[in-house]
Design a protein around this ligand. Structure first.
Ligand code: NAD
Length: 251
């Protein structure tokens, strides 16, 4: 088991799915957690209660990650509460169909705002604190779509490819400050984001191209995310960890 005692982890989009599983697993490994959510305060509170029951400190913070000011306020509040943010998990994201010949430009902009700019804003807000302490870890959550593209989802794929480029840029840029930056790239994971597709008519064809024959669970992503944030990954930075049941054999 990982040991994150005395560390503080901020997880964006922590009220459900991969973010929720990650927040709970960090708590189980001893970290105090900041659970960011956008709208669903009830689910966020349930995650917080679970973490408190485990025996760590936990707070929920409402913030739209696409809004820079709300990210700044969330980070300020977290620092005030805990004194530090050692770990940032850039997890919040949206995935929508948006074909090139029928592009919904509002959705295009929203995908860029949340999936790219939100991750920039969060990193911009925490890095000065991490630099001061000469210690920190950022894990960006990308996607197989960022590496091999995704038909009818090009805005999503483009934003997830950007996260890979950001990871490869920030890793070396921040290495002198003992800040590691890595990326976890999930394939299909059974969460609210993907459930309709996995349960729909295309579900079987999706599973057919996953060598392990199924979608992953949120916990199967949380484990690799914790690994990348842990001291066991202390010599890994600027790297992309694929967690996709063998579906995309590339790095
Ligand atoms: P999810 O939809 O269950 O969770 C996404 C979370 O992000 C939600 O809690 C949502 O409220 C939050 N969020 C969205 N916009 C936000 C905003 N503006 N501000 C704050 N929070 C916001 O999906 P998930 O599967 O848990 O996705 C987590 C991450 O994993 C995402 O970045 C997603 O792109 C990535 N991913 C998921 C899959 C999959 O198959 N589920 C595959 C590849 C990558």
């Amino acid at each position: 088991m990982f040991n994150f005692k005395d560390k503080v982890a901020l997880i964006t989009g922590g009220s459900r799915g991969i973010g929720q599983a990650t927040a709970i697993m960090f708590a189980e490994a001893g970290a105090d957690v900041v659970i960011n959510y956008q709208k669903d305060d009830k689910s966020a509170d349930q995650v917080k209660e679970k973490c408190l029951t485990i025996g760590v400190k936990a707070i929920t913070v409402q913030a739209d990650t696409a809004d820079r000011q709300s990210i700044i306020e969330m980070v300020d509040l977290s620092i005030k509460e805990f004194g530090n943010i050692e770990i940032l998990i850039n997890n919040a994201g949206i995935w929508n169909e948006n074909p090139i010949d029928g592009m919904d430009t509002n959705l295009l902009q929203m995908t860029i705002d949340i999936n790219i700019l939100g991750c920039f804003y969060a990193a911009m807000a925490v890095v000065p604190h991490m630099k001061k302490r000469k210690s920190g870890v950022i894990v960006n959550i990308s996607s197989t779509a960022g590496q091999r593209g995704e038909s009818f989802h090009s805005p999503y794929a483009a934003t997830k490819g950007a996260l890979i480029a950001m990871t490869k840029s920030w890793g070396p840029e921040l290495a002198d400050y003992n800040i590691r930056v890595n990326c976890v790239a999930p394939g299909w994971v059974a969460t609210d984001m993907s459930q309709a597709s996995l349960d729909g008519p295309e579900g079987d064809s999706i599973r057919k191209v996953i060598p392990l024959g199924r979608a992953g669970t949120p916990e199967e992503l949380a484990g690799p995310i914790l690994f990348m944030a842990s001291d066991m990954a202390s010599f890994i930075t600027g790297e992309i960890l694929n967690v996709n049941g063998g579906a995309v054999l590339c790095g």
